[in-house]
Design a protein around this ligand. Sequence first.
Ligand code: ASP
Length: 590
Amino acid sequence: MYRTHNCGALRIEDVGKEVTLSGWLQASRDFGGMTFIDLRDRYGITQLVFNAEDNNELAERAQKLGREFVLKVEGRVRERSNKNPNRPTGDIEIEVHTLSILNESKVPPFTIEDDTDGGDDLRMKYRYLDIRRAPVKESLIFRSKLAIETRKYLSEQNFVEVETPVLIKSTPEGARDFVVPSRMNPGQFYALPQSPQTFKQILMVAGMDRYFQIVKCFRDEDLRADRQPEFTQIDCEMAFVTQEEILNTFEGLTKHLFKSMKGIELPDFPRMDYDEAIRLYGSDKPDLRFGMQFVELNDVAKGKDFSVFNNAELIVGICAEGQAETYSNKDIKKLTEWMQRPQIGAKGLVYVKVNADGTFKSSVGKFYDDADLKIWADKFGAKAGDMLLILSGEAEKTRKQLNELRLEMGRRMDLIQEGDFKPLWVIDFPLLEWDEESERFHAMHHPFTSPKKEDVPRMLTGDHETMKSLRADAYDLVINGAEIGGGSIRIHDRALQSRNFDLLGFSKEEALAQFGFLLGAFEYGAPPHGGIAFGFDRLCAVMNGQSSIRDYIAFPKNNQGRDMMIDAPASIDQTQLDELRIDLQKEMSS
Ligand code: ASP
């Protein structure tokens, strides 16, 4: 037998017991005739002690063991004289009388500790060592429990988990597809699903009524800390529902997950329409953990001699409370440079400080006197000691830039409280988005999203400008500024779906070739339906206040899309290429 207990189990009540433990050597310390070893497994760490006075030969063997050796020990539990209150097993230790080495280990390339000295790629290459570290291990356990709670909640709500295929045809979520060549159909390719979108809609036509799946999705996009080429969704669809019922159902799921996983009771989620989110925060995923809403100054700042403002489509700012004294001229210059970096691209930054005596200090003081600036300050509700930060220019760009500034000021001013969760439904997204570059409409969500009922007549007959103003029954769940989920009510009428494909620039033939199966299904009694998908990896990260999703994925890829452990992607041998009728020579030269 390898163990009677795990390394996290023993307590003071167990003193006197004969036990067998197995695990990895975390650390060892020699004090004269005493050797202490921390033995670790998934459940915890237990201290072992070897006393040279009792058994010299055993103590000498213990001293020679290296880090990460796999050991099995037998011994007696005894009370520690020197207790460790930070460890659940800290009251006891094992007086070892039998030691077996189950396996040796090379010296690990980084330390197996909560804070490790391993860089990302090294950690990923030796992910089996990385996962031995408590924070990564705990993240994976959290993920497993979150999936179980999700399944529990949704199945209680009558949802059925249905698996949809992985080898499919292109799905239009707006990213590139990963493709897989078909040996049996030379020259043809499967695409990996960007989401099971069309399948879950087909399941509604099939009468499944409530579907969910915890499912891998694949998108060939540029990677960031919160993005992976393969990621997991909690994907859901319901028939005979309104937007209201979907929001309530998934608000219920989210509340259940926070309650069961973190003991947090979330209050009802506020809702904000897309236009308002953009106007007040410059983002469709505002972080509501702090205020600093945008205030527009067009009506009060134009008409003086300051041509930058006079020529701007939008003049908009935020009020950084109590920062007037904190920011010297030099600090403001640095902040301006930060805003001017190409990643943000602001042209400049105007500040107005409200002095203690009610006068003002401003970078545009030449153009605006104190009476003018007082009007601005009042619009922000600014008081003595506050500082206004103002941007101007083309509306959309300026709002995006100010969003970055707001988030940065929120961080600098320490406005974000750890453990605070601020969920929000953003609703009423536009249906279509005009893309200047390709001169085409894109679906803001995806091509199956339904316009609002009242907008259907305008969608069927309206002109180009009208299309830009159509609203959709589309919604996102945002928590702490991260998009956690998104979905919509779908079109279930063939003619309306065809019209949407027209607007998106699909020819009749293209629409039929790509989505004929769905259009066909709509002719056999498609019920009204809608759904949502949660980004499961991101939900894990956000619930734990983390910005990176990587540690919630057992074997993630790096920023180049590589799996550093198995070294993928990799070339394949000529026989495989021949079978697939792929001629690399030809591909490379063409
Ligand atoms: N398929 C959508 C997505 O992946 C979610 C949905 O509309 O239900 O974002």
